[in-house]
Write a protein of this length. Structure first.
Length: 333
């Protein structure tokens, strides 16, 4: 039986991939997105172009903080579920604009929860982040670990969102899932994120800024795996649960740059810089709980994911002539 799902931030990277999956399986999707200028809005408009004009898809341009808009949307639409992905993203930008991050990520989430309480639906999936684990030195990170030491405003807002979701489950019976995403990458990834940014710099022969000595490690998760977990959480609709969605392996920054350079058939140039405030030394997901309750099992290892990303990059982004020539040479890859 098909459902009507509201996807906030549905013109973004993860949101557009989720929209495609939901439409493919026969659901109706309403997207609420404000097309802000955190990165070029034209990229987000490109993400939704393929959906426009389909009767089972509706695009609403607006801000999740706009109480009147949100209330009207919920009251008039009869949603069966909400997947809340809209947020101001990124650790470093949140250090520059902490009040904006608090406003969008906390007040915006609260507006949506209030609208769901008053108008339905009872199923609410919240996109959280591995950043909530902060300076936790126990790895891999598990959902029951202590998360009282976030080290950026962004991380703090995501933990706050989780707590608000629990409030609305406890007080009003909303079925809420909080999904802690671990460094999601893949086609249409945001341009400021590491893999996309590094690919662009490598492709144009520019140096890679490496904060620290390259030993920091991240659990990179291919977007298709994330969408598998998102859809499973949506269908399970538990009372209240927190799930890690990660790749369940870690990759050093130095290896990431080296492998990307190999896929692009270029020699990397590194600019070593001091460690940045707010950065954590490692992220690493324990996905045991997601495997048990959601059937989640990441399928795309990092080298395969990078190959897929670079293939998309070559089709969608300008590549320097030098890189194009190298790539066409026999045995370049």
């Amino acid at each position: 039986m098909s459902a009507h799902v509201l996807v906030t931030g549905g013109a973004g990277f993860i949101g557009s991939h989720l929209t495609r999956r939901l439409l493919r399986r026969g659901d109706r999707v309403t997207v609420l997105d404000d097309f802000n200028d955190f990165y070029d809005p034209a990229r987000k408009r490109q993400n939704v172009t393929e959906f426009l004009g389909r009767p089972e898809y509706r695009l609403v341009e607006g801000d999740i903080r706009d109480q009147g808009l949100v209330d009207r949307l919920f009251a008039d639409s009869g949603f069966d579920a909400v997947v809340h992905l809209a947020a101001r993203a990124g650790v470093r930008p949140s250090l520059r604009e902490p009040i904006l991050y608090e406003d969008v990520n906390c007040i915006g989430t609260l507006r949506l929860l209030e609208a769901a309480r008053h108008h339905g639906p009872e199923v609410f999936v919240f996109g959280s982040s591995s950043s909530v684990y902060g300076i936790n030195d126990k790895v891999p990170f598990a959902e029951e670990d202590e998360v009282s030491q976030p080290i950026s405003p962004y991380a703090t807002t995501k933990r706050t969102g989780e707590l608000m979701c629990y409030n609305y489950h406890h007080l009003y019976g909303l079925k809420t899932s909080c999904l802690r995403f671990f460094t999601v990458y893949g086609p249409a990834q945001r341009p400021e994120m590491a893999i996309h940014k590094f690919a662009r710099l490598l492709a144009h022969g520019e140096p890679i800024p490496m904060f620290g000595d390259g030993s920091s490690r991240r659990d990179y998760t291919y977007v298709d795996d994330i969408i598998d977990g998102l859809v499973a959480a949506l269908d399970l609709a538990p009372g209240f649960e927190i799930f890690n969605l990660g790749g369940a392996e870690t990759t050093s920054l130095a290896d990431l740059v080296r492998w990307l350079a190999e896929e692009l058939a270029v020699e990397p140039r590194i600019e070593y810089l001091p460690q940045q405030p707010g950065d954590v030394p490692i992220t690493y997901a324990d996905v045991t709980k997601a495997g048990r309750l959601l059937g989640y099992s990441p399928k795309v290892p990092i080298r395969e994911g990078l190959r897929r990303f670079v293939a998309w990059y070559r089709d969608h982004e300008p590549v320097s002539p030098a890189v194009s020539r190298v790539d066409s040479a026999p045995g370049a890859r």
